[in-house]
Ligand binder design. Structure first.
Ligand SMILES: Nc1nc2c(ncn2[C@@H]2O[C@H](COP(=O)(O)OP(=O)(O)OP(=O)(O)O)[C@@H](O)[C@H]2O)c(=O)[nH]1
Length: 351
């Protein structure tokens, strides 16, 4: 049986989750979508199916699962739903989980990887985070749950942009980008969103897609001339436009950085380093993903993780004429960037 795709919809209190979900369910008319609401206890099955190709492999676990927590209530609900589907008692092909506004998406996501039965039935597609343009600035200041929700996201939807000025929206977008440069941001008016922005984003798949906001890389580049080794990796041809578009920078605890290099990794060294680092910093590592250039293979190595759970796989071969390089983004809570970058650097083959 093919895996059932699941989407986690999160966002702080009143950010517009229900509004968006209702729109999506209307739009997905003719598709069977099971919705698991808030407290995970009850489910209601809404209309109809999205047919999707779920053959791709889901992330494989490696070590260090001990401190990861899962949502027992969600596990029970997911198992129950899958069981009913198997028996033909319920007919649905997709699940959306709407979390409460104050939920930490970590344990919700981990439930899909740490419970064998759940992992055998479901494929976690992505985490969607709603951000309320009007209230997010103060919510992000005051509540770590709100910051975590942004850090975990594969896709950010900004609601209520009709209630703020263009400048306020721009400042918020900029702030979010620093927390999570992986997730595209899109303003949505009362949940008006296209289905292909919501489903089959494959945020957790070991695919070779790693889109990091180019503006973020540009700014990172300015900060970090000492880690210039992979500079051509991204071949950004932009001029250094000092002065333009500079914002007051909010120093959130949830933030991100990128490691880049043109030198290949030594697989054993990298495994040692990452194995050690997740033991120490795993609880603070929200999401990380890399497309890596590894010695000994002509294929890209795809690596990704959530907290202590990480997986890797061989991706497609490097194309003829393509510059082989490493690019990995880490999103976490006050991670010591220098320790990470140095450890990664030391896991490269000797120059
Ligand atoms: N102005 C404006 N209001 C919006 C927009 N999107 C949602 N809202 C309103 O915001 C309020 C909260 O929306 P909900 O969809 O209930 O938010 P929620 O995230 O499900 O809320 P909780 O479940 O309480 O956390 C409602 O009154 C919506 O009508 C938007 O784009 N613009």
């Amino acid at each position: 049986m093919s895996l059932i795709p699941a989407t986690i919809l999160t966002g702080f209190l009143g950010s517009g989750k229900t509004t968006l979900l209702k729109r999506v369910l209307q739009e997905a008319h003719g598709q069977k979508i099971a919705v698991i609401e808030n407290e995970f206890g009850e489910e209601n099955i809404d209309s109809d199916i999205l047919v999707s190709d779920t053959k791709e492999q889901i992330i494989q676990m490696s070590n260090g699962c001990i401190c990861c927590s899962i949502r027992e209530d969600l596990r029970a609900t997911l198992r129950d739903l899958a069981e009913k589907k198997r028996k033909g008692e319920l007919d649905f092909e997709r699940v959306v989980i709407e979390t409460t506004g104050v939920a930490d998406p970590g344990p919700v996501a981990q439930t899909f990887f740490m419970d064998d039965e759940v992992a055998e039935s479901y494929l976690l597609d992505s985490i969607l985070t709603l951000v309320d343009a009007k209230h997010a600035p103060s919510q992000l200041n005051e509540r770590q749950e709100a910051r975590r929700q942004v850090g975990f996201a594969d896709q950010i939807f900004i609601s209520k942009s009709d209630l703020v000025s263009a400048e306020e929206l721009e400042a918020l977008t900029h702030r979010i980008k620093h927390m999570n440069p992986r997730a595209p941001q899109k303003a949505v008016h009362f949940g008006e969103v296209a289905l292909n922005d919501v489903f089959d984003l494959r945020g957790f798949n070991l695919n070779a897609k790693l889109d990091i906001d180019p503006d973020f890389l540009k700014e990172e580049g300015h900060e970090h001339h000492d880690h210039a080794e992979g500079e051509h990796c991204d071949h950004p041809s932009h001029a250094h436009d000092h002065g333009a578009g500079h914002h007051h920078h909010v120093d959130d605890d949830v933030k991100s950085f990128v490691f880049k290099s043109n030198r290949p990794f030594d697989a054993a060294k990298l495994e040692d380093f990452l194995g050690a680092i997740v033991n120490v910093y795993g609880p603070r590592m929200l999401r990380y993903k890399g497309v890596l250039y590894m010695k000994g293979t002509d294929r890209k190595v795809i690596f990704q993780g959530v907290h202590q759970l990480m997986g890797s796989d061989l991706g497609p071969a490097w194309a003829e004429g393509e510059t082989r390089c490493n690019k990995m983004v880490f999103i976490g809570i006050d991670l010591p960037k220098d320790i990470f970058l140095q450890g990664m650097e030391q896991s490269l083959v000797d120059a």
